[in-house]
Design a protein around this ligand. Structure first.
Ligand SMILES: Cc1cc2nc3c(=O)[nH]c(=O)nc-3n(C[C@H](O)[C@H](O)[C@H](O)COP(=O)(O)OP(=O)(O)OC[C@H]3O[C@@H](n4cnc5c(N)ncnc54)[C@H](O)[C@@H]3O)c2cc1C
Length: 325
């Protein structure tokens, strides 16, 4: 990692913390020092660990009993980890954040990432639609290529940021009800958002950061739930993808945006690229108006729906009739 430029201050590891937390029952204080502590063993944390693998004293901490739980779910367990299209097409998919991300994309492009995983021994599949997967179509192949290269501890949760000085950051970590104190020169938070709490990304880190007065966070990349009287009607569509849906987002009587793309019904509500890509713009009490089809004729729409159902053979017809749609 020749271009990694962390100024190493060896002496810092011998410093005695002046504000040592007081010892209390159930609290076992072990003071250890690291150059970098990465919090969160999801995609971002694992990749960060991989990038820092040649640096001494780097530790990744994951609060659940398993690394990369969301990674293992990604792309239906197959892990669609990038797209082989032109790099310049990527930026537009991130709205106004595209500009901000340009630098990152130039540092590690889609082709760099493909080559990177090939070097790690993962055979790659590029589908006709240019989506890129491990050839085995198993997300676990990506995870298994990364984990041997990093030092990590599972069942270790960052529970408090104790102290931030110019030289170090002191954190409290909980493992099986035992609390440790670690000290690190750099703390990297890769704890995901608040979506899909079953995978460990519960958003509790946001509360920790509020305690140390960082900026406010707004949820993005969220799939809205459908509530109210129509909930059960739409549940009948769960699993059906409408490839050419249109939506407009309204705030009061002001239209915020128009967009079109692929929309997926889930058991709870709406998902798919159309819904997720635009979710950075949603605010409480906004309204979404959605057109599932370009057909205004009921018969034509039914015909289209039956075709979409055929593409999703697991979907049972009786569910549709129950919903009366
Ligand atoms: C069903 C599904 C399918 C997807 N498919 C794709 C796909 O095909 N392609 C694609 O590019 N993206 C896909 N994504 C999105 C992708 O999985 C996420 O963007 C990615 O996992 C986010 O990575 P992350 O590291 O930021 O967060 P996460 O993967 O959520 O990881 C955060 C980690 O931090 C840990 N953590 C949280 N708090 C603490 C704490 N206090 N202490 C210690 N550890 C903590 C959590 O347990 C978790 O392991 C999919 C997502 C889902 C849910």
């Amino acid at each position: 990692m020749g271009d990694f430029n962390i100024p190493l201050r060896i002496g810092v590891e011998l410093l005695i913390v002046r504000n040592q937390p007081k010892c209390c029952p159930g609290r076992n204080i072990i003071q250890q020092s690291y150059n970098v502590v990465i919090i969160g063993g999801g995609v971002a944390g694992l990749f960060c660990g991989l990038m820092l693998q040649d640096l001494p004293k780097v530790l990744l901490l994951e609060k659940t009993n398993c690394l990369g739980q969301k990674l293992l779910l990604s792309g239906n367990g197959q892990c669609n980890f990038t797209h082989a299209g032109e790099m310049k097409e990527f930026y537009g998919h991130y709205g106004e954040n595209g500009k901000f991300l340009k630098n990152a994309f130039n540092t590690l492009s889609n082709n760099d990432l493909i080559r990177f995983f090939e070097k790690l021994g993962v055979d790659i599949l590029i589908r006709d639609d240019l989506k890129v997967f491990p050839e085995s179509l198993k997300a676990s192949d990506i995870l298994n290529a990364i984990t041997p290269k990093i030092e990590y501890k599972i069942n270790h949760c960052l529970s408090k940021i104790l102290e931030i000085t110019n030289d170090f950051i002191s954190i409290e970590v909980t493992n099986n009800d035992i609390t440790h104190t670690l000290r690190t020169k750099y703390l990297v938070l890769c704890t995901g958002g608040a979506s899909y709490p079953e995978t460990g990304s519960t958003g509790d880190i946001i509360k920790l950061l509020k305690d140390i007065k960082t900026k406010d966070f707004i949820p993005t990349l969220v799939a809205p739930d459908i509530e109210g009287e129509y909930k059960f009607v739409w549940q009948a569509f769960a699993g059906i993808n409408f490839p050419a849906a249109k939506m407009s987002l309204w705030r009061g009587d002001k239209r915020i945006l128009n967009s079109c793309g692929s929309l997926l019904f889930t058991h709870k509500g709406l998902s798919g690229p159309l819904i997720l890509d635009n979710s950075r713009y949603y605010e409480p009490n906004d309204a979404l108006i959605i057109y599932l089809s370009q057909h205004t004729d009921k018969k034509e729409f039914e015909k289209q729906l039956l075709e979409l159902m055929k593409k999703n053979p697991k979907k049972k017809k009786r569910k549709f009739s129950r919903a009366g749609t």
